[in-house]
Design a protein around this ligand. Structure first.
Ligand code: BJ8
Length: 424
């Protein structure tokens, strides 16, 4: 990694803090990932991506910029990748998953704010994330209150374009969203000087659909008992989807899916058949947030599915392919993205239906609902999630946490007790 020092200096990173971050990340990663038994061989690629997370991938992004392409930072599933790619851009997810930068953010932001937002903002303030420093501009959205107010502050540090996401799904909301999609296409064209045509957009719609299909294949294999891959590994793949080159990533995920399908045919899994199967539902987990999955799998449970933006919400819906005109393609994109069931919407009954369906499909015997501290929408929506799960006698545990290690002991105790309860 030290070979990249000049590149990082060129990006203006705070080298001392960045070194500390990389050291910490390396230690956490090997602790969480490298001791797992019977890992699929296909995970080697993802280990490699992680070992180069601030190296090779950043170099690729800078090469892309040198050829005139744009790097666009995003924070939410509602920002359409297809348009960024068709406009000659590459998107990178900038949600923060590390406590490391939270204190930097708290010098400016209130402490009682979601850690995902604080972590991301802190990375920019302290200049310790090369993805942030490589980005030409970032795209925020009006999803939750914390995010939409932080965009105003972030704009003082990096150009921040904001998409207005409606928070209901009526016809008039759909119209507004389509207008937002079109406005974003114009913005992308203005930034990159690339005119988006029906052909280029169709090509990128297919590319992103293929990526979603590949992840979906991996998730399908997790329905088997025993599961052929750990929850931690599956989570890692979903997280890397936000950074990696889409074509290469898709090929590697498909290779892994081939291997997992073979494992299922032979009945080979990573854990014993009697391992309690847990569905995790709720807020997203950005790298290196592996806290809950580690606690569950260290306690003898197996995470078999994530109802999350690093999970089913990412890949469930495809953009319709083959729409004849640019207008219709944009409409198909708008429709697909509004099918994502984030708790920022009201009402959001479809998310409850999704959770019940996944419990059945993945044969889960318990649900852990994951809320980041101060995330009001997921926190309040848990009331309905709990009601629905109680009705069908599925045990559910609510975990509300941040990125610090302060509650690690308590979290472990609660998760252990839940896994024990579910196994009975
Ligand atoms: S589509 S979940 S990525 S908004 S930042 S809402 S955790 S308080 S990330 Fe999200 Fe898009 Fe929805 Fe997914 Fe809560 Fe924190 Fe807000 Fe968050």
């Amino acid at each position: 990694m030290s070979d990249y020092n000049e590149m990082w200096k060129g990006l203006g990173l705070d080298m001392e803090r960045h070194d500390q971050l990389l050291n910490a990340l390396g230690a956490i990663y090997s602790g969480v990932y490298m001791g797992q038994k019977d890992r699929p061989k296909g995970m080697e690629y993802f280990d490699f991506v992680m070992s180069e997370v601030h190296g090779l991938r950043i170099k690729e992004l800078l090469d892309h910029k040198e050829k005139g392409g744009k790097i666009v930072g995003t924070f939410c599933l509602y920002v359409p990748d297809e348009i960024i790619l068709a406009g000659g851009g590459v998107s990178v997810g900038l949600c923060g998953g590390a406590q490391f930068s939270v204190t930097d953010a708290e010098a400016v932001l209130p402490r009682n704010l979601c850690p995902l937002i604080k972590s991301a903002f802190g990375f920019k303030l302290a200049r310790i994330c090369p993805y942030f420093e490589a980005a030409d501009f970032v795209v925020g959205e009006t999803t939750c209150d914390g995010k939409k107010k932080v965009w105003e502050l972030l704009n003082e540090h990096i150009p921040t374009y904001v998409m207005e996401l409606p928070q209901m799904k009526r016809e008039m909301d759909k119209d507004l969203w389509l207008k937002e999609i079109k406005a974003f296409m114009e913005k992308m064209g203005k930034e990159s000087g690339v005119k988006i045509t029906p052909e280029t957009l169709e090509e990128k719609i297919k590319l992103v659909n293929e990526k979603r299909k590949a992840i979906k294949r991996v998730f399908e294999t997790r329905k088997a008992n025993p599961a052929p891959i750990s929850g931690k590994d599956a989570l890692l793949i979903s997280q890397i989807a936000f950074y990696d080159d889409p074509e290469r990533f898709t090929a590697k995920v498909n290779e892994l899916a081939d291997e997992l399908e073979e494992r299922n045919k032979k009945g080979k899994g990573v854990l014993d058949k009697k391992t309690p199967r847990i569905l995790v539902s709720g807020c997203p987990m950005a790298i290196p947030n592996w806290k809950l999955h580690s606690a569950i799998e260290d306690s003898g449970g197996a995470v078999v599915c994530e109802e999350s933006c690093v999970g089913t919400r990412y890949f469930t819906h495809m953009v319709e392919e083959g729409c004849p005109t640019l207008e219709e393609k944009l409409k198909a994109i708008a429709e697909r993205y509004l099918k994502i069931n984030c708790s920022c919407f009201s009402p959001n009954e479809d998310r409850i239906k999704d959770i019940l369906r996944y419990v059945k499909d993945y044969n889960a015997s318990g649900v852990i609902h994951y809320t980041l501290q101060f995330c009001h929408t997921y926190n309040v929506e848990f009331v309905k999630v709990k009601e629905a799960l109680n009705k069908v006698n599925i045990p559910v545990l609510e975990i509300e946490t941040d990125y610090s290690e302060g509650d690690a002991g308590q979290l472990k105790t609660r998760v252990e007790a839940f896994v024990e309860q579910v196994s009975r």
